[in-house]
Ligand binder design. Sequence first.
Ligand SMILES: Cc1cc2nc3c(=O)[nH]c(=O)nc-3n(C[C@H](O)[C@H](O)[C@H](O)COP(=O)(O)OP(=O)(O)OC[C@H]3O[C@@H](n4cnc5c(N)ncnc54)[C@H](O)[C@@H]3O)c2cc1C
Length: 381
Amino acid sequence: MLAEEERHLRDLSRAFTEREILPVRARLDESGEFPAEIIRQAHCAGLLTSHVPEQYGGAGQGLFAICLIAEEIGFGCTGIGTSILVNYLGTSTILLFGDEVQKERYLSEYCAKPTLFSFACTEPDAGSDIGGIRTNYERRGDAYVISGQKAFITNSTYADYFTVFAKRKGASRGLKTLSAFVVPRNTPGISVGAPLRKLGQNASNTAPVFFDEVEIPAGALLGREGEGLMVATHALARSRLAIGAASVGLARAALDCAFRYARQRKQFDKPLTDFQVVQCEIADMWERVAANRALVHHAARRYDGGEQGFKHIYAAKDFASKMALDVASRSLAILGAYGYTRDFPLEKMLRDSRVLEIYEGSSTMQRLMLFNELLRDGTEP
Ligand SMILES: Cc1cc2nc3c(=O)[nH]c(=O)nc-3n(C[C@H](O)[C@H](O)[C@H](O)COP(=O)(O)OP(=O)(O)OC[C@H]3O[C@@H](n4cnc5c(N)ncnc54)[C@H](O)[C@@H]3O)c2cc1C
């Protein structure tokens, strides 16, 4: 059950999706146009700033609120959703590890006007293995200087700020030498490569970023030197659950499309919904969507309640992203050949769903991290 404030946020997000996303999602998928205007509207509606404390201009809500927003936006389009939700990831690094000066500066600006915060961790040779990061920093007087290359960075063509993860120059490979920095996009030495062409989520922008002797003030460091892994782990945990919620949204949308179609499509002189196999297929998908939503909500409530550890989040991201791909594929099957065409949104949902299992840590990595927590906490769910 949702509290009144939560119901209000869900309804607001749902209305936003119906008004701003559903009418344009097919066009943006075809053109690959960046949804700048939708992001601006989402910012106006407060859908980008729910997590920021009120003193900086946000609504001061928790992870549960982000999940409500993410599910509704995911219902509309996970490509547009990724462009919006990655800002939660980028700003969570500051929210969780920024000092008062950094929060006042960056979070206040983020709430005052649409400002894009990207998260720059992955590199050409370091994906799951964050310890393999080669981008490096060195301290020079009152400044840090960053050099290296990042890959697959969402929104990077349009970002205003990057949270950059780099290792201390000269240090050997490892997790304890990583640090995180907030780097303004217009700093000399930063360049962004050509956007990648992808299977799906075409309304999201993904491109490499290059850092050539990028000098930033010492005040750009988040937390302390050597805390980069902790910054990434904690910020990603929040964002991974939002991906779980967006996965539930995508699956809901796919099921809704299949259900409507099956009720009106006649074969053998009967609607498809008169066939028990189709009835069971739809009921089975509904069970999976409902169970995954419950898992996402459960994980969010535990996080907001102060639980240490992220195993419920890892489980929800892994489970829900797989479920979204499965439900999109099975829903498409109910539409037969029509489902395979661009006249219906299911082929887009199927393409869009594939990356939910890949980005912000593959399903395998979610399970490996979950297992590590079981070693510490035992198996009680
Ligand atoms: C559309 C898109 C947007 C993205 N946005 C961002 C972003 O904004 N910021 C950012 O930093 N990154 C971003 N990424 C990168 C993403 O987070 C990585 O792709 C992801 O972490 C996986 O890394 P990888 O692709 O290098 O795969 P790899 O690490 O090379 O893994 C490849 C395969 O090997 C498996 N594997 C790896 N290690 C192990 C192991 N120890 N045991 C068993 N199996 C293993 C993995 O599960 C996977 O199946 C984005 C990626 C995409 C596709």
